[in-house]
Ligand binder design. Structure first.
Ligand code: SF4
Length: 361
């Protein structure tokens, strides 16, 4: 369904009731709630409060089109019309000792993912070169680990050097889990441009997600990344079992971190994980959540990530017009995403120019 097909009724105001004998319904109230947010964000260039976000979250479904439209206008105003398209490469898959309940790369559960060693540097370089040929500016390498040991740090530093020396104009991003301060600065000094470390969920919900490390452990690494000056990419997964209020809590916790980029994943339950039986988030709830994240973080890059296909189905295009301004395309780390051609076709249909395209590995 195209975004425009989810239409909200025209708002009526208390001063202009319909010519009938029925009492005026509080139809102006939802419109007023969105008007306040619009004024705050687009006229004052300020921020909405948590209470306002909670109010917006409770708007009826017939206001979803208006909410999506506002989020899209906020995105255009703060971020422009281009969309950053990229893919991620796995530097090491599976065998992670942590017990994040959604993750098929954990060795704690009966995982479907076979563990691998580190990607050979020459293979990674070939992938980086192929990526650069597409005009991409960012190359992101992800490792399924709690955090790097010396061996992994040496591997990443070698790969980063190799890419910098051989591939012009390509920034290296990576995701290696929990860092020490020395490791964070080592990566920064090696020229790593952006570091991904997701908070995953609201602080109040994280104990339901993982027992082998804490939300504070994750936050500490995110703060270290900020401290070094590397760009921070930090988001999470919607649909882990958190309440709607915890989604708002999460968005404000991310906003306080001021990340450069927030990847939004939707849970795609993986067989063998403790969350394999979780229900998918409904498409309308997903759109509502994307729009709210945009209103809460107007100038942040908000990236469509894993689970969008199964969650949104035909409403993926509407998601692009609800505040998203970046996407990961092709293969995710452990599940198949939409194919690249379909994603690029969607952006073409939406007349959204592409900022950079990374080759799918
Ligand atoms: S989310 Fe990361 S830390 Fe958690 S189990 Fe998966 S790979 Fe390990």
């Amino acid at each position: 369904m195209e975004p425009s097909s989810v239409k909200a009724p025209e708002a009526t105001t208390a001063s202009a009731p319909a010519a009938s004998t029925t009492l005026v319904e509080p139809a102006a109230e939802p419109a007023a709630i969105l008007k306040t947010a619009e004024h705050r964000l687009l006229t004052e260039r300020g921020r909405i409060t948590k209470d306002e976000a909670l109010e917006i979250q409770q708007l009826p479904d017939d206001q979803l089109g208006h909410l999506a439209d506002l989020a899209h206008r906020v995105r255009l105003d703060y971020c422009g019309e281009s969309v950053e398209v990229e893919s991620i490469i796995s530097g090491k898959t599976g065998g992670c000792p942590e017990d994040c309940n959604f993750c098929s790369q954990s060795s704690v559960f009966g995982s479907e993912v076979a563990p691998t060693g580190f990607i050979p540097p020459e293979q990674l370089l070939a992938a980086a070169e192929a990526t650069a040929e597409t005009g991409a500016t960012e190359f992101c390498i992800v490792y399924a680990v709690r955090g790097p040991d010396r061996r992994l740090m040496d591997h990443v530093l070698e790969c980063t050097k190799l890419v910098h020396e051989n591939v012009k104009g390509l920034e290296v991003a990576c995701s290696l889990g929990i860092l020490t301060r020395d490791q964070a600065y080592e990566l920064k000094d090696a020229g790593v441009h952006r570091y991904n470390h997701n908070l995953e969920a609201a602080k109040s919900y994280f104990p339901e997600v993982c027992s082998t490390h804490t939300w504070e452990d994750r936050m500490e690494t995110c703060e270290l990344v900020r401290e070094t000056g590397m760009e921070l990419c930090s988001g999470g997964i919607i649909g882990l079992g958190e309440s709607r209020e915890q989604r708002i809590e999460f968005a404000f916790q991310l906003a306080a971190l001021e990340p450069h980029e927030v990847p939004m994943n939707f849970l795609n339950p993986r067989p063998g994980t403790p969350m394999e039986d979780r229900d998918l988030v409904s498409p309308t709830e997903a759109i509502r959540t994307i729009a709210l994240f945009r209103l809460i973080m107007p100038s942040t890059v908000i990236r469509y990530a894993g689970g969008r296909e199964v969650t949104l189905g035909d409403l993926q295009a509407m998601g692009m017009k609800s505040g998203v301004n970046a996407l990961i395309t092709g293969n995710y780390l452990t599940t198949l995403g939409d194919n690249v051609a379909r994603d690029l076709g969607m952006l073409e249909d939406l007349k959204m120019p592409i900022k950079a395209v990374s080759k799918v590995i």
